[in-house]
Write a protein that binds this ligand. Structure first.
Ligand code: GRF
Length: 197
């Protein structure tokens, strides 16, 4: 399984997958990393580990259609047969969605649909969960279609919210679960025990 990652900033989920592959816990390879931020930490991580990495954004490709074609081409050129969005803040274009239809996964740090949709990402999700006084939150991995946080849910893990949680403690604990859940879900896809649509 050749996994292409699209990441906007940090890349800790991508790193968790690389580490699992290196440790032999995941029979896969991160074949390429694409970021819409030329100075993102994820590109540095990829560079330092010899993983092909590309800054592709409206800066490199002002025309949305060009950018969409470039993303699809880079993924194809690196033989990606599964695409993971992990903290990718941009919408994919129709070409990429078509070329990799049913093979694009997104990991979201909250329960869907209640804590998803445009603008619901990162710390904003945890702030909303705490503000609503929820007793639990979670991690969701879903198939990507053309709508934010909308495709078929593959797996969801519920996580209790502690009375003394703040945004930092909650996001930190959720992120640990994300790393675990992403690796275990990818392992199920690789083994065929979890079938993609
Ligand atoms: C993760 O919390 C992910 O669920 C969300 O954005 C964050 C990305 O973190 N979509 P990282 O770049 O993988 O560290």
């Amino acid at each position: 399984m050749n996994i292409g990652f699209l990441v906007s900033h940090r890349g800790s989920n991508m790193q968790a997958v690389v580490d699992a592959c290196t440790a032999g816990r995941l029979d896969a390879r991160v074949c390429v990393v694409i970021s819409n931020n030329g100075h993102s930490e994820v590109l540095v991580r990829a560079h330092n580990q010899g993983i092909p990495n590309f800054h592709l954004s409206s800066r490199t490709h002002p025309e949305p259609e060009q950018l969409d074609r470039a993303i699809a081409a880079v993924l194809r050129e690196h033989q990606a047969n599964l695409v993971v969005l992990a903290g990718y803040m941009k919408k994919l274009g129709p070409r990429t969605l078509f070329d990799f239809s049913g093979r694009i996964l997104n990991i979201h740090p909250g329960l869907l649909p209640k804590y998803g949709g445009q603008g619901m990402y990162g710390r904003i999700v945890h702030e909303a969960v705490l503000a609503a006084g929820e007793k639990e939150t979670g991690v969701t991995i879903h198939v990507v279609d053309g709508v934010y946080d909308h495709g078929q849910v593959l797996v969801e893990r519920r996580i209790p919210v502690r009375s003394d949680d703040d945004v930092d403690s909650l996001s930190e604990r959720v992120l640990e679960h994300e790393h675990e859940l992403l690796v275990s879900t990818l392992a199920q896809v690789v083994s065929g025990s979890l079938r993609l649509p």
